[in-house]
Write a protein that binds this ligand. Sequence first.
Ligand code: LMR
Length: 395
Amino acid sequence: LFSAIDMAPRDPILGITEAFNADQNPAKINLGVGVYYDDNGKVPLLSCVQKAEEMLIAAPAPRTYLPIEGLAAYDKAVQELVFGADSAVIQEKRAVTVQAIGGTGALKIGADFLKRFAPDSQVYISDPSWENHRALFESAGFTVNNYAYYDAATHGVNFAGMLADLKAMPRGSIVLLHACCHNPTGADLSSAQWDEVIAAVTNGGLVPFLDMAYQGFGAGIAEDGAVVRRFAAAGGPLLVSNSFSKSFSLYGERVGALSVVAANGEEASRLMSQLKRVVRTNYSNPPVHGGKVVATVLTTPELRQMWEDELAGMRVRIKEMRVAFVAKLKAKAPAHDFAFVSDQVGMFSYSGLSKAQVEQLRAQSIYAVDTGRICVAALNSRNIDIVIDAIAKVL
Ligand code: LMR
């Protein structure tokens, strides 16, 4: 049975981490995976998370099963974060939320759910997009197409191309949009461009699926979530996957959620019953700990403030690294213009480095994604000069 099975290729992102982990060079630097490191090169354990864990340990609880849809307090807190506590979709009970195994789990629940009820629709993702988007929707059985997004010449968005592609999609198509901090390019739409996208999606009868894995890493928590609220105000249908891996530095806890906006409360109940079926047949019900930590932080005013401050600290440090990256590279490689890096938002920069250049960096134990995506959130005051020297050399 197994003898004819081929070796699968390494994952384009987590495979880089595997190669990094196998590298014996103590000076190695991982700019591949989207993980925030502090200025000491460590993944932070946020103080708000530590405090929430202390509260949970002080009141130990048995580890019974959570409901299929997850912890009620968590789902409620997620809805309020994603849509805004005063949102009409919450007040009218049109939004349903299920706790998910990270943002990837949320996308998978959404993909399986859509395949069941829109089996003939095709999925459209940005060109380029997070590598796993295509794989996830294809593995759910969809044909996945690209819509124009990145313009390598300007390092920005090819907005005319994007809009034309959106307008040409058949009604009922599922369009995956990055709510903020586009992964991998770091190039986001302006507010006015979002207006046009929302109009095209609504008028074209498309099904928007917003992926929000980096809320708080762009302009701020509310600012980054604004697009979701605008889509929700435009009416349904709408799917939103969100993740706390980055914003709470809770990568390994796998804490995310899928929210779906229905036309009315009765439809919402039916959607929830079907989402529960998808969850039940995938992994039955979600784990307890991460959801409790996030719910505790989001609903305890003092911890919530701490979280907002800590997230702001991460956001500011990434921006400082962008500015330093540009200035230092300008000094080392004046013939090359990398000013666009400080205009990009979120954790990533689509640096424009070629696959061959990325391979040359790897030979120096500096790891980036083959597409040239680098994780700016992994730069720090100790490693940035090493990275800049290496990039200047491969340029
Ligand atoms: C990334 O893009 O690096 C992150 O979202 C981590 C992952 O799962 O790929």
